[in-house]
Design a protein around this ligand. Structure first.
Ligand SMILES: Nc1nc2c(ncn2[C@@H]2O[C@H](COP(=O)(O)OP(=O)(O)OP(=O)(O)O)[C@@H](O)[C@H]2O)c(=O)[nH]1
Ligand SMILES: [Mg+2]
Length: 334
């Protein structure tokens, strides 16, 4: 952390209430492995596979050595282009339900073992389209594969390549306030694992401080939360009214059905919202791509025409050189 970041944390001391982080990113980037590193146990299934391993959003909790509670929400590779929007919206609702006290940080898991792809860029921009630019204030980029970088004696800075960092990745990191951290999820060295988690938690604390202690929330979050609270209140109410067991079970069933219907409505709302925003985003990226191609074509044409010109000049020069020179007539001196 730089000096100014330390100042932010000093000026806004954060409470030691539980931290909730959500892991997002392309399938196979190491979301579940990073979740396990944070929790210090094999809580999520993480393995090499040709297809998505995590299929549903899950929450696991651990109490760290210093007593800090950490809730980790692991998600499937939701923003891969093959995933349908109804699945994404269902998992988003599930994620909000699980992170019931709000999300303190969104960990975007990137892998140093694969290239940053356009698909990843549009996925992150898709999150922005759905939840607004405020989402970036909560994002931290976590690069997995620290062990492989170390094998090559490389640091994260070397990997990112300073000025040579690909423009789309640079842009995304900039939007995340350049908060990034490297994780080696394969390490057997417990002190290294703890140190990585501490570095990440410092960034989470920075995010919390910079957001005035407020976890991430928006309209969709508020709606889901309202429904979850409503169901809980109704269930408590029924339980306190002295109904028979059978009546309670019948009423609970009815309330659960109404609750499910409401969540389905919210899910459909997210889905249609997402479809619309995705289409707009795809159009924007396609327009940018077409503009880039046009610019390249113009540059190529300009290059070709100047090459043609040079070739012609050379030809003229050569022709001039080859032309027989008129003999200079000698003057006869009489
Ligand atoms: N060498 C190395 N391998 C890693 C690291 N992190 C994850 N992996 C490997 O990457 C593969 C995929 O990891 P997962 O944690 O299952 O990835 P995921 O993002 O959860 O994948 P899905 O659940 O399919 O979305 C596994 O074989 C992990 O062991 C790391 O830091 N170093
Ligand atoms: Mg996984």
């Amino acid at each position: 952390m730089d000096g100014s970041s330390i100042d932010v944390v000093r000026e806004h001391p954060v409470s030691n209430a539980a931290r909730t982080v959500v892991l997002v990113g392309r399938t196979g980037n190491g979301k579940s492995a990073t979740g396990n590193s944070i929790l210090g146990e094999r809580a999520f299934i993480s393995k090499r596979s040709s297809r998505g391993v995590t299929t549903t959003t899950e929450l696991k909790t651990a109490i760290l050595r210093d007593g800090q509670q950490i809730n980790v929400v692991d998600t499937p590779g939701l923003f891969d282009s093959s995933v349908k929007s109804d699945v994404i919206s269902k998992e988003i609702v599930q994620c909000i339900k699980l992170a019931k006290d709000g999300i303190h940080a969104i960990l975007v898991i990137l892998s140093t073992r694969t290239r940053f792809s356009q698909e990843e860029q549009s996925a992150i921009l898709g999150l922005q389209a759905l939840f607004g630019s405020k989402i970036f204030d909560y994002m931290i980029a976590v690069f997995s594969g620290g062990d492989e970088l170390e094998e090559n004696d490389e640091t994260l800075e070397d990997y990112l390549g300073g000025r040579d960092c690909p423009e789309p990745l640079k842009e995304i990191l900039g939007l995340c306030g350049n908060r990034c951290v490297l994780f080696d999820n394969k390490t057997k060295d417990e002190s290294k694992r703890v140190e990585q988690v501490q570095r990440l938690l410092s960034l989470v604390n920075l995010v919390i401080a910079q957001n005035g202690g407020r976890p991430y929330t928006d309209e969709i979050f508020a709606e889901v939360k309202k429904e979850v609270m409503k169901l809980r209140d109704q269930q408590e109410d029924v339980a306190s009214k002295g109904y028979s067991k059978q009546e309670i079970s019948h009423l609970n069933e009815q309330m659960q059905r109404a609750h499910d219907l409401q969540l389905k409505r919210i899910t459909e709302m997210i889905e249609s919202n997402m479809r619309e925003k995705t289409m707009m985003l795809e159009q924007k990226l396609a327009d940018e791509h077409a503009a880039r191609l046009r610019a390249e074509e113009t540059a190529q044409k300009a290059q070709k025409s100047s090459q043609d010109e040079i070739r012609k000049l050379r030809g003229d020069l050569e022709a001039e050189r080859q032309r027989p020179k008129p003999r200079t007539s000698r003057c006869a001196i009489m």
